[in-house]
Design a protein around this ligand. Sequence first.
Ligand code: TPP
Ligand code: MG
Length: 271
Amino acid sequence: MSRPLQELEAIARRIRREIIEMTGAAKSGHPGGSLSAVEILVELYFNRMRIDPHNPKWPDRDRFILSKGHAAPVLYAVMAEAGYTPVDQLNTLRKLGSIYQGHPDVRFIPSLEASTGSLGQGLSVAIGMGLAARLDGRQSRTYCMLGDGEIQEGQIWEAAMSGAFHKMDNVVAIVDYNGIQLDGFVKDIMEVAPLAEKWRAFGWHTLEIDGHSFPAIQGALNEAEATKGKPACIVAHTIKGKGVSFMENNPKFHGTAPSPEEVQTALKELQ
Ligand SMILES: Cc1ncc(C[n+]2csc(CCOP(=O)(O)OP(=O)(O)O)c2C)c(N)n1
Ligand SMILES: [Mg+2]
């Protein structure tokens, strides 16, 4: 399980292009928080998790929960490229009848681990899956991606407390720390800093990394896996809209699709 860096970077570039094309075609959706999560999802699905896209219900598989479910475009692109779902239907995002609805929905994509989009719930689901794996004596690990605005939800901290109490060393929380939520900067709406300190206080082995660096992500996931007796949290510093100049760090592109002209500009930048 170690793909060359160049290969991972090429996949990440393809995923970014797909996010732009999908949201452009849909004329709606969430490009910013999809682009900030690309490297983390690419590493998990293409270089890390023990999964078999042709046998998605394999009981010993690792699991991924996209708790910030509005970033569905990145998950759809990665799952399609990994072989779970059709690549050629990605541009039906958000259309009536498409499997690629605005938020991940197991009714339409049974290989998803959970339906998400109502923020705040995913870590509880992940910890439940971790407890089940432990009871069943399976080696499965569960990864859960959270948004930095999402963690303002109280349920996240209830889950965090329970994860440490139950010594869930098969669960990894990854916070996409891009500094922006729905309509502004997290620091102006309800500051979450100091974030790593909060997770440590809740009993999680906590690491801070550059969430766009594959070597940093790999090192953090290795350290998480080596940590016994407590869950791990990776605070991943990222840039919302990463890779597209006019989307980077711009709250507008949380939930606004690129116009046809913006799609062309973005795709040129992502060659
Ligand atoms: C319970 C709930 N409240 C509100 C929303 C609407 N909503 C969708 S995305 C979002 C902001 C999330 O910000 P963040 O977690 O930082 O996501 P990212 O920056 O990674 O896109 C909000 C408030 C929701 N989906 N669920
Ligand atoms: Mg955010």
